[in-house]
Design a protein around this ligand. Structure first.
Ligand code: UDX
Length: 431
């Protein structure tokens, strides 16, 4: 028997956990399945295993009032559930396609445990046409409900999304899923599954292209002597362009933009379309990263081999502990490949042994604070826009360095103040 409002969420990661917590907050009864032992252990002990503003508080609230609980198996979670949300990872396969093995595994696992009439809702970003495949495996009606939340602001984005998209061949099922989010007050787009799946890729590809545009523009500004910050100001007031997603940086990264752009290029290829525009945006992203490396080289006086470089920030952006496809890690890796001794500091990475995802960065020293990271350095590269870097004592930083040179890949700092403190300063797209 299904309970009219009982919801199962499979996967308690960056998407699943905020989704489960927010649905519980909207008054639904939610059971969330997490099969990873470490993650499950943390959740069962009342800890939230990802860094997300407001998530720990929200999870505590809804677990406390009995609207959210955690179980280990997906089959157990779907028992009695009317709606089953799939929130599992779809990593990038070797050829750029999305790796669907987790989605397929879960679909197979829950197939025999689903209640009659249960609706499977796919939130994982999957290639166009996957809903049909999940429908075939589970025998259930499948609704595609792409997720647009950003890491770091997941709770806010889920409580107040810009829009809710639901796609299904059975429009009534799609509407029912849409109604679960009625409290958000967001516009509801009801469409077919293929269109819903395409919307998700189109959004991320557009955002990536916008960022590649502004990063290329920043490169151009450096050559012509323009200030990209004022250029962006001039652009942003045009309502058709807007201010969002126009901050130049060391290139875009994270768990979604790189994977989804590669997947869309792959999807296009598979139907015989060469998405040259998107390929160019991806290539421009490589350029943006390489430009930071060249600046560090210049700041350190040329040859980097044997030099020490301080790195501030390793996560793909501030406000998250996620380092997947991080431009900061990529730039650090490129520096290490040039023979640099890296001293790195990130507020979310403890000093000491190097975590496994960074294990190839041989000899990298993880420091306890930003000061320690610049000890003996010929240059410091600020790669993630953590607020704490603004308030440093730069006279002290200069004293600790072999030569005070700063590459600010996020335009976070005040060049005039740094130059007064004796630094050579190089930002992005600033004269
Ligand atoms: C992104 C999408 O924004 C979200 O809608 C989707 O659901 C998942 O992918 P997220 O990966 O959390 O979210 O990060 P986002 O805040 O979008 O940033 C992506 C990358 O772009 C980061 O590397 C970030 O530093 C960079 N970025 C973003 C800029 O360089 N400048 C900006 O102005 C904005």
């Amino acid at each position: 028997m299904t309970d009219a409002s009982r919801i199962a969420v499979v996967g308690a990661g960056y998407v699943g956990l905020p989704t489960a917590a927010v649905l519980a907050r909207f008054g639904h009864t939610v059971v969330c399945a997490e099969r990873d032992d470490t993650r499950f252990g943390a959740l069962a002990a009342g800890r939230v295993p990802v860094l997300e503003e407001g998530l720990a508080e929200l999870v505590a609230e809804v677990v406390g009032n009995g609207s959210l609980r955690f179980v280990r198996s997906a089959a157990e979670a779907v028992h009695g559930a009317r709606f089953v949300f799939l929130c599992v990872a779809t990593p990038e396969a070797y050829d750029g396609a999305a790796d669907l093995s987790f989605v397929q595994e879960v679909a197979t696992e829950i197939a025999s445990a689903l209640e009659p009439g249960a609706i499977v809702v796919n939130k994982s970003t999957v290639p166009v046409g996957t809903a049909l495949a999940v429908e075939r495996i589970t025998g259930a009606t499948v609704v595609s409900n792409p997720e647009f939340l950003r890491e770091g602001t997941a709770v806010r984005d889920s409580l107040r999304p810009d829009r809710v998209v639901v796609g299904a061949d059975d429009r009534r099922a799609a509407r029912q899923v849409g109604e679960l989010f009625s409290e958000t007050g967001a516009p509801l787009i009801v469409t077919d599954t293929v269109t819903a799946e395409t919307i998700k890729y189109a959004s991320n590809a557009f955002l990536a292209t916008k960022l590649s545009f502004v990063n290329a523009l920043a490169g151009l500004c450096e050559s012509v002597g323009a200030d990209v910050r004022d250029v962006v100001l001039g652009l942003g007031y045009d309502r058709r362009i807007g201010f969002d997603f126009l901050r130049p940086g060391p290139g875009w990264g994270g768990s979604c933009l790189p994977k989804d752009t590669a997947a869309l290029v792959h999807i296009a290829e598979s139907v015989g379309y060469d998405f040259a525009l998107l390929r160019a945006a991806i290539a421009a992203n490589e350029e943006a990263r390489e430009r930071v490396v060249r600046k560090v080289e210049e700041a350190a006086g040329g040859d980097l081999s044997g030099r020490t470089v301080g790195v501030w920030g390793l996560t793909f952006k501030a406000g998250t502990d996620d380092r997947r496809m991080s431009p900061a890690v990529d730039v650090t890796r490129r520096l290490a490949d040039l023979g640099v001794s890296v001293r790195a500091y990130d507020p979310t990475v403890p000093p000491g042994p190097v975590p496994t995802d960074l294990a190839d960065l041989e000899g990298m020293v993880l420091c306890a604070d930003a000061y320690d990271a610049c000890r003996g350095a010929s240059a410091v590269a600020l790669l993630t826009e953590w607020d704490e870097f603004r308030g440093l004592d730069f006279a002290k930083v200069a004293d600790l360095m072999a030569s005070p040179a700063l590459v600010d890949a996020r335009n976070l700092l005040d060049p005039a103040a740094l130059r007064r403190a004796g630094f050579s300063y190089s930002g992005v797209g600033r004269p």
